[in-house]
Every structure is written in C-alpha cells, then in structure tokens.
Design a binder for this molecule. Sequence first.
Ligand code: KG4
Ligand code: ZN
Length: 352
Amino acid sequence: MRADYNRAVRVLGIETSCDETGAAVYDIGAGLLAHALHSQVALHRPYGGVVPELASRDHVRQLVPLIEKVLAESGTALADLDGIAYTEGPGLAGALLVGASVAAALAYALGRPSIGVHHLEGHLLSPLLSDPRPEFPFVALLVSGGHSQLFEVTGVGRYRLLGDTLDDAAGEAFDKTATLLGLPYPGGPALARLAETGRPGAVSLPRPMLDSGDLDMSFSGLKTAALTLVRGAERRGELGSQAKADVAREFEAAVVDVLVGKSLAALAGTGHTRLVVAGGVGANRTLRERLAAAIGPRGARAYFPDLAFCTDNGAMIALAGAMRLHDAKAGARTFGVRPRWALTELGEPATL
Ligand code: KG4
Ligand code: ZN
C-alpha cells in the first residue's frame, strides 16, 4: 500500500445509500474530473416511494457501468486511483452493501485503501465542489429527506450539532404534504413547482418553533395543520387546483421562514459569516433566494451546492473520501455499512 498521502490524491467515489446510483472521480489537485448518476425515480414511482429490495437490485445493475464511464471520461486508469470511497451509511442496508462490496473488491484488487464515507458528511462538504468554495469555519444547514440540522463546521470531521429537528425532517414534511395534495413521488420538487402558482397569503399556516429561542426545529405540526386545511377545503367542496396551489405556497413559505430564521440565529450565535446549505431541500429555489437576500445585508454569505450536487450524488462521496485520505496519516481498507449513524459520532481524518 502507498505511504505518501501528501501529494495529489485521486479517488473514485461511490454512492448507493438510497434511490440514486452515483459514481465520480475527484482529484485533490485538479478537482472533480467526472461524475455520473442513475436515478431510480421511474422505478419506484408506481409504488409511491422507495422499495428497498428493488433499489438494491438496480444498484447492482447500474454501478459497474457507471464506474467504467467516469473512469473513461476522466482519463483515469484503475491503477491511477489512490483510493475508493463509498457511502458507508446512513441509508438502506441492502443498497449500501452494493457500494461497499464493489469498493472493497476494487480496493483489494488494486492494493489501495477503501474509505467508508458518512453520507451526510458528503452533503455537508458538497458546496466545496462549487466555485467559489467556502473556507472553514462555516455554519451548515443540512436539509434532506431524513435530516434538518444546523452544524458548526470547523474542519473535515469537526462538526458540532447546533440544532436538530424534534420530529419530521423538512424534506419528509415536503414529501408527506405533497402526497396529501395528490402529487407524485418524489414530492418535494413537485410541491415546489405547484407552489409557484399559489397566491401568497391566501391561506395561513404556523411557523413552528420560530421563536423558541434555540436552534431546534419541528415540522410535524405544520404537516398536520396543512392536513386540517386540506380536509376542510375538501368538505366544503373547495379543493380545486388553485386551492391546492395556495396550500403548497403557504406550506413552502412556512418551512422556508423557519429555516431562514434558524440559520440567521445560528450565524449570530456562532459569529461565523459563512452559511453552507446542503441536502435535497437545498435545491428549493425559494429557500435559496430568501436565504441569500436575508444574509447579504448582515455581512454574511450563503453558499449553495450546484443543483446536481444538492440531491444524492457520487461527487460528494469522492470529494469527502479524497479530503479524508489526503489528511489521514495512513489509509486502511474498510468494509462495512452503518444503516443508522449519527454525524456527530464521526472522527477526524487522522482516525481513518
Ligand atoms: O439529500 P436527498 O437527495 O436525500 C436524502 O439524503 O434524504 O434529499 C431528498 C429530499 C426529499 O425529501 C425531496 O423531496 C427533497 O429533498 N427535495 C426538495 C426539493 N428537491 C428535493 N424539497 C423541496 N424543494 C425542492 N426543490
Ligand atoms: Zn442524501
């Protein structure tokens, strides 16, 4: 195994935690060289959500061709790779095992390290794929299907949890409210599209915990309030397409108000001037516009990943793996999956 990790490090990244198969090649010196993604949205749509066994089988079909594609596009031979990073968790156990197995097999065959990456660390670091790159330290708002969290990030592996959701995650609330409005899976983007035709202020929903004095969040009450609105309109025979769009608009506005309020409070509380937004809900345009507008006048700056790197992708795993391998004293071969894994349990790269 190679001992010199202080030079440019080139890593293949593999993401298979849920319903996207992702592969990418990231080089510490040259940046992102290639990435490819296969989405399983069409496969799961008839079931209204992700079917874990179908997800695993599709990862088996898609992963190796995707890896061959990114290696060819980046002009990388297998022997040029310094390591293979894969999503170790959290996620669906069977789906994770596909990526972990391929990474371990390649690592053994090539005599290189395999690096198990925390999926949320991938999301947290994904704004580093964009130009301009945020410098450490920063506050990160992580809003995905399973998480709504604020972190203080002072380096790779140095994450202090500032606030968390007490119940549903923001993306989960988007998805459930979308289902309530009869929108197809995946609900978040569909609800955001419907909200564009809603009338601002036509209906009213609460902004849960906006003034709670801490950085925690809660979205399940908001979802229930939306349910009450929808059922009431239904009973009165008034649930037409405009009424649905009005609920979508107010729901999105309520979530965005809470996320903006908590993010500003986190910046004020830590004294940091950089806010990084990551995770699938970070693709929401209203959230992006409102955050950028609210933060600018305070002398702070918001950083968003490119849309392609907001939702699950291989580039963020390759990036996190390359940064860990670059900073680590040595590289080992790891194999395993952790379907449940808190980001705060993660150590710094020296412990790789
Ligand atoms: O990060 P991600 O791709 O997967 C997880 O790790 O969870 O996030 C997926 C979540 C879903 O809940 C999806 O509905 C939501 O992100 N999402 C959005 C938008 N695009 C994706 N929510 C609101 N607006 C969007 N434009
Ligand atoms: Zn994700």
